[in-house]
Design a protein around this ligand. Sequence first.
Ligand code: NAD
Length: 438
Amino acid sequence: MKIAIIGGGYVGLVSAACFAEFGVEVAVAETDPSRLNRLLAGEMPIYEPGLEALVASNRAAGRLSFTGALPEAIAGAEAVFIAVGTPSRRGGGHADLTYVFAAAEQVLRALDHPAVLVTKSTVPVGTGRKLAALAAQLRPDLAIEVASNPEFLREGSAIGDFMRPDRVVVGAETEHARTILRALYRPLNLIETPILMTGLETAELIKYAANAFLAMKVTFINEMADLCESVGADVHDVARGMGLDGRIGRKFLHPGPGFGGSCFPKDTLALARIAQDARAPSRLTEAVVAVNEARKAGLGRRIIDAAAIDLRGKRIAILGLAFKPETDDMRDSPAIPAIEALAETGATIIAYDPAAMAAAKPLLPGSIQFAETASQAIAGADLLVVMTEWNEFRALAPARLAQAMPGRVIVDLRNIFDPAAMRAAGFVYHGVGRGSRP
Ligand code: NAD
């Protein structure tokens, strides 16, 4: 089978490489010249563990190709996946579907054969129906079917998530579209992955509902962490005690600086708008958005209060910039508002992230310095702030930190360090939800 994927970003590129690995012939259309040129040169435009090798081997096998010419990509494709961005629309937070409809229109105008048009992008309920109407309007001559196949992969573990998903969701209303999508995911039969076949609206809503629920878990434990700080409890034990209950589950109960990234913030906001527009408001989702925004906006103040020193002229080391480890994605990272606030204190800020510095530079105040290693960032620091839980930061020994830092304050927004060990090494240590408020 041959398929095309429109958009070679985190989702499009990973999906393309994985489908090719399943034995499908995949052509990716990408409009961004710098992303495309890097792909053509065999370089990865994004950081994702394992992706470069998977792309290289499937290109070498002749199953995976990249092009800037969309008509070339869709020639002979039985299914065309749209995997372009759906960011928040300015002022309001509805999902911006400009890229989706532009891509769909390009595909529909260029198709010279019937095909299944599949949205892999996260799109609001009703989008598939609108795409079907657009197809009928632009190409009454072709039997074009529309399907929804939302993606659940996580950046940083995207390949494993795509290859071993908990489930695949397909919203399709014709037998032919269901057959094509079932065939594409057939290799997952071997590991007995459930493939949930639904209608279009249901599939579209599943994606938002799943993301909002996970975001709600994170937000809930963040609030419990604040409560723990006020009452002297330990949020890790609270999370464990809750999570061992199979009805609750252990995942997504890690307290931190508030969720960020390219999905949860925009998808929770979009779901709140979808529900309002449908006159079935989701107050819980609205609260999740508001509580998380407030948490991120207040991060700088939290850090400054925790440091409890005059930061003017002091040196602050920031470890981690991306919203989570193993990615270079800086979209909506909590590090951005935190560093903006810290930059106002008159301190010198030196940041380090193993993968996200290039993406971070244009988003952070110009006064920020960047270190080449974690050790370089820490050397001479008065205050250390851990923003992202990269494994290499976990390994920093308390004694080494104490030697490198003339100041003795750590604000660990990911709870990667052992509080007792840090205190024993002479640090004033603030974690999240462990008895003292950072
Ligand atoms: P991205 O911005 O990394 O990638 C989108 C790509 O599409 C860009 O490279 C852009 O240049 C390209 N593009 C836009 N219009 C095009 C066109 N007409 N023709 C060809 N290329 C075009 O975005 P992403 O993170 O991959 O997200 C894509 C979608 O998947 C979003 O709806 C997102 O919500 C959803 N999603 C993302 C993730 C994630 O972890 N990033 C996970 C699940 C779902």
